[in-house]
Write a protein that binds this ligand. Structure first.
Ligand code: FAD
Length: 291
């Protein structure tokens, strides 16, 4: 089934994101995690596309294996970075051939990070909206796109950023997943801006569980998201006691999830970093039933 069909079925969507591991031990870890999360019956599981297309074969391979060997529905990420249109077509063809019908169409980041100027491949695409159009033109794919509660790091303004998401929806995107964020109001304001433009695709909040401060600080830097002082303070007061830091981090994320669901979010997407424990703890602590 496609993510579109699963979301349309009415339940709140919940999903987990993974990255393609670099080595055999990472691969074993990923599959342990996938098997631990499978009984939760997620709406979909997604696999990222590494910087500059570096994980191409692994992203195709893992999503194919999820489609064939598990009961879960894979969502394969794809980025425009360093790929010609011919290469993008061929990757999308590999997804189709492997039985992967859901694609997250992204621009991707230049090697210098999300704020660096983006140089498209000479025969490639400049914006994610073009990849949405390309993917849709190549078959009956369900296509997701990225959304930014704190605005994309190089967005001109909140309204311009909302218009980008609206354009991706009008080009055929079926749903959006957000970058990680910590303030629920940032999410709700994004949803309001986009619906004011007459667009109503589901916008699924992306959640990063905090299990240690250094890791979340790094993830926030990489994504361009801000780590708010109130979150840092809540977690940092347990510095020196990793178990207490972790417990507070799980509480912070669980409260965020509950506020989002109570405010009408259509689901939750967890950035798992290929581990299941934190996500399972948040999941089982939610006040609102999902899935
Ligand atoms: P776009 O929608 O193209 O937007 C990029 C920038 O261009 C924005 O500033 C936007 O405002 C601007 N823009 C867009 N259209 C126009 C236009 N017509 N005119 C003027 N300006 C415009 N990266 C990876 O490398 N691999 C992954 O697997 C990956 N997965 C991700 C998953 C999620 C859920 C999210 C939120 C992000 C993910 N990213 C991933 C990061 C993403 O590639 C970067 O955030 C990238 O900088 C933006 O991608 P985009 O698809 O939003 O691009």
């Amino acid at each position: 089934s496609t993510v579109r069909e699963l979301i349309a079925a009415g339940e709140r969507s919940f999903s987990f994101e993974f990255f393609p591991p670099k080595d055999a031990e990472g691969e074993r870890q990923l599959w342990r995690t996938l098997r631990e999360l499978e009984p939760l019956n997620p709406t979909f599981v997604s696999v990222t596309y590494g910087a500059g297309g570096s994980t191409r074969d692994r992203t195709v391979g893992i999503t194919a294996q999820i489609a064939h060997d598990t009961s879960m529905t894979p969502l394969a990420h794809l980025t425009c970075v360093d790929h010609s249109v011919a290469t993008l077509r061929s990757v999308i063809g590999s997804y189709a051939g492997a039985g992967v019908r859901n694609v997250l169409a992204l621009r991707g980041d230049p090697a210098g990070g999300p704020r660096a100027p983006f140089e498209p491949h000479p025969e490639g695409l400049r914006y994610a909206v073009e990849l949405v159009e390309l993917t849709k033109s190549l078959g009956d794919f369900c296509v997701g796109v990225a959304a930014f509660p704190e605005l994309h790091p190089s967005a001109e303004s909140a309204d311009a950023d909302a218009r980008v998401l609206a354009a991706k929806a009008r080009a055929g995107a079926d749903f959006a997943i957000t970058q990680l964020f910590f303030r629920p109001d940032d999410y709700f304001r994004l949803v309001d801006r986009v619906s004011a433009l007459g667009v109503d695709i589901p916008i699924i909040p992306g959640i990063m569980p905090i299990t240690n401060l250094a890791q979340v600080t790094r993830m926030a830097e990489l994504s361009g998201a801000a780590l708010p002082d109130e979150v840092v303070e809540r977690v940092a007061r347990f510095e020196g006691d990793p178990a207490a830091v972790r417990a507070e981090g799980i509480r912070v994320a669980t409260e965020l999830c509950d506020t989002l669901l109570a405010g009408g979010a259509p689901g939750l997407h967890f950035y798992t970093l290929n581990r299941s424990k934190a996500t399972r703890e948040i999941f089982s602590g939610l006040r609102t039933a999902v899935g």
